[in-house]
Design a protein around this ligand. Structure first.
Ligand SMILES: [Zn+2]
Length: 365
């Protein structure tokens, strides 16, 4: 098969990336010097690049260290897309081809437009789901952060938010292990609320309810939930969903500093963003990878899902009702764990865990 040039980061490529040649052969990815063979089933595709599209093939080596291969040029990416075995195609199709189609469409539109014209076009357009996804990728990080700040101020206004203290620190300590190298600066908040819920807001704000902390049996289960929520930020799911429910007018308001109307809309919305099944799958998959990258045993992600799924009663916990298809997803997480063994992963320890559990307010239910 045709070799392609790529940058290898991680196992034995250096941290800035080592130029290598690679190719697909017989259900495997072969990398020359350092010589590596990876089963296709172990590859996880991700896309990135704020300024230009980038494709990554990620895996974990036998010691649980993450490796990442980035095809160098458009030609190299084309070889990967054309020659990747069938088992890898569904991931490539969904993540890469879809994104490219949107980007082409958008850059064509944006080419002759500036300023107000862009905004007007966007406003006319925002009801199309694809347009939202594509345009969300063009929103500057600074605007996303402002939108997050605004949403946060609304959550604060509802009361019961802890931004420091022993409980918040325990959540933060576990969460921070999952965000190394992120372009976001995360903030971890605990909300005194009995419902079993956690949510992510644009710009890197994660809110966990005390009801969920009470349900989490050990630090590994909390790490599983946080790993998932972090990916809703990293993949900009929260941003996209917020825009699709508020409209582009909200972004314009934030950008030009007229935030009163946006704030009023957000007040009704904070904590109730719903994601598509694709977004949930992506958050599960990349969340699992983030756990393994942090050398945290990912079983907690699965066990928390299963535990909540078994909860008696007609109404499932909030975190599950905003995260539907529990059984299918638990199954998928189980297969992913089986396909990407992580011998170096350990159960996560948290020195403040017992203290946090003891300090949680009693349930009023
Ligand atoms: Zn989710």
């Amino acid at each position: 098969m045709t070799p392609f040039q790529a940058l290898l980061t991680g196992p034995d490529g250096d941290s800035a990336g080592t130029a290598v040649s690679a190719r697909f052969f017989d259900g495997q990815l072969l990398v020359d010097a350092p010589r590596t063979t990876v089963d296709i089933a172990q590859l996880v595709v991700s896309v990135g690049g704020v300024d230009g599209p980038e494709l990554f093939l990620n895996w974990l080596d036998a010691q649980g260290r993450q490796a990442s291969l980035k095809p160098l040029t458009a030609d190299d990416i084309a070889i990967v897309l054309n020659e990747a075995p069938a088992a890898l195609q569904p991931q490539l199709q969904r993540l890469w081809r879809e994104r490219q189609r949107n980007r082409r469409q958008v850059s064509g539109w944006l080419a002759g437009l500036t300023g107000a014209a862009v905004v007007a076009t966007a406003l006319l357009w925002w009801q199309g789901g694809n347009a939202i996804s594509a345009l969300a990728g063009l929103i500057p990080l600074s605007t996303e952060k402002q939108l997050g700040e605004l949403a946060l101020s609304q959550v604060r206004a509802q009361g019961g938010i802890a931004e420091n203290g022993a409980t918040q620190q325990t959540v933060r300590d576990i969460g921070q292990r999952l965000t190394a190298g992120s372009r976001y600066q995360y903030r971890w908040l605990v909300k005194n609320d009995d419902t079993v819920n956690a949510f992510a807001m644009p710009g890197g704000i994660i809110v966990v309810h005390t009801g969920l902390l009470r349900q989490a049996g050990d630090p590994g289960e909390l790490a599983g939930v946080l790993a998932h929520e972090v990916q809703h930020v990293e993949q900009r799911h929260s941003l996209r969903q917020m825009i699709s429910s508020l409209g582009w007018g909200a972004l314009v308001g934030v950008t030009i500093g007229d935030i009163s109307a946006v704030a009023a809309m957000l007040a009704h919305q904070a904590g109730t963003l719903y994601f598509s099944r694709d977004m949930e799958d992506e958050a599960d998959r990349l969340g699992l990878l983030a756990l393994q990258r942090a050398r945290i045993h990912p079983d907690g992600m699965l066990s928390f899902f299963q535990k909540l799924g078994k909860t008696d009663g007609a109404t499932p916990p909030d975190w599950l009702s905003s995260h539907p298809q529990t059984t299918a997803r638990a199954q998928q997480i189980r297969s992913l764990i089986a396909a990407t063994p992580c011998p170096a992963c350990q159960p996560i320890h948290s020195s403040g865990w017992q203290q946090m559990k003891a300090a949680l307010p009693a349930s009023t239910k």
